[in-house]
Design a protein around this ligand. Structure first.
Ligand code: MG
Length: 378
């Protein structure tokens, strides 16, 4: 039975895939992309997402998004759109669930700090690290390192990549050099990510009290949907009003992305993934929605991501990452034997330290920092 018979010709089909780095016997009960999704769900980096955060650190509250719930929301949004466009839902799901695997603890603050520490050693990019996790760092199979995922899944995980890094990556880096597009499934997972975090950051921002409704009313996209909710349910307030508003915003973004992508696909008439690669991006918002999304992002940057209370946590996070990195580089014998480089190669040691730090959850990094720096911690 062909489990992918429903797919459009321009979707990613297992049978037409560029395949795995190490060949394996074909699956029997699943498609190859379902198999990828399952490998991702079972890997340990996936479980660590539960204790990694983007804006709010894990111990700040139980109801804030973590990278795990964020990734599940991305997959949900991506799959809904994929089914409508007859794209490969399993591939979208696999990319969505894996897209943040390489993130450091403490969100962007952690990533920036680690990138600064790694300046002399090739830098640190979370997209590249996500690929590194699934290609090399996971130790689950007898025959190979990593998860040995399909080319299209790996390509989707590597959302961005600098040119110098792309040149080192071979096949998977080629599209950045040739300026070609990835599959529609990868394009979709990328925008589903954006829909998810813009909306849940509003929701979490309000929950935390760092944002208030009156402030958000500056953003027309929010204000419009809030008015719609208040007209539909007179007297509605509090969490219920926020939830109704946010869910309408998500829906509006999904519908817009679906319709505008459908029109673009119709116009470009791609007959295969190869056509998709050579076309301009076909999964896009309408111009009007893109403009609204930009305003929303700007609002979040100015009012939430740079809120002084967020800055305090960001500053602590940066210090923790920097101090851990320096301590391990100055004294590699503080590291578990697996992470010590015997040859004395400094670049290699730095990469191992970066792998170790990037793999930490927020709370593990805080604990490790205490263990290294406080005399009475063990
Ligand atoms: Mg994300």
């Amino acid at each position: 039975m062909n489990l992918e018979a429903y797919l459009a010709p321009y979707a990613a089909h297992s049978a037409a895939s560029r395949g795995r780095r190490f060949s394996e016997p074909a699956t029997t009960a699943r498609t190859e992309f379902q198999r990828d999704r399952d490998r991702i769900v079972h890997c340990s980096a996936f479980r660590r997402l539960e204790y990694k955060t983007q804006v709010f650190v894990n111990h700040e509250g139980d109801l804030f998004r973590t990278r795990l719930t964020h990734s599940i929301e991305v997959a949900q949004i991506g799959r809904a759109i994929a089914r409508n466009l007859r794209l490969n839902e399993d591939l979208v799901e696999a990319i969505s669930l894996a897209h943040d695997l390489g993130h450091t603890p403490f969100g962007h603050a952690g990533q920036e700090a680690l990138n600064e520490c790694m300046q002399d050693y090739g830098g640190f990019e979370h997209n590249l690290q996500s690929l590194r996790v699934v290609d090399q760092l996971e130790e689950r199979y007898g025959a190979f390192d990593g998860l040995n995922l399909m080319f299209e899944t790996r390509e989707g995980i590597l959302k961005h990549c600098s040119l110098p890094n792309a040149q080192k990556l071979g096949e998977i880096g080629k599209r950045f050099i040739e300026k070609k597009q990835p599959t529609l499934e990868a394009q979709l997972a990328n925008l589903a990510d954006e829909i998810a975090y813009n909306n849940h950051d509003i929701d979490d921002g309000l929950r935390s009290g760092l944002l208030i409704i009156e402030q958000l009313d500056e953003v027309d996209f929010f204000a419009r949907h809030r008015r719609e909710v208040e007209t539909a349910y007179s007297g509605i307030a509090g969490r219920r009003m926020i939830n109704e508003t946010v869910r309408r915003m998500i829906n509006a973004l999904i519908v817009d992305l679906m319709q505008s992508s459908e029109a673009k696909i119709h116009e470009a008439q791609p007959h295969s993934v190869e056509d998709v690669r050579n076309a301009s991006p076909l999964i896009t918002f309408s111009d009007a929605m893109r403009a609204e999304a930009i305003l929303l992002k700007r609002f979040l940057r100015e009012n939430l991501y740079q809120h002084y209370q967020v800055n305090r946590m960001t500053s602590k996070a940066r210090r923790i990452i920097r101090e851990l990195f320096e301590a391990f580089m100055n004294e590699p014998n503080l590291l578990a034997p697996d992470y010590q480089v015997d040859s004395g190669d400094e670049g290699l040691q730095a990469r191992k330290v970066a792998d170790y730090i990037a793999g930490m959850t927020d709370r593990y990094a805080i604990r490790e920092h205490k263990r290294i720096f406080l005399i009475d911690e063990v």
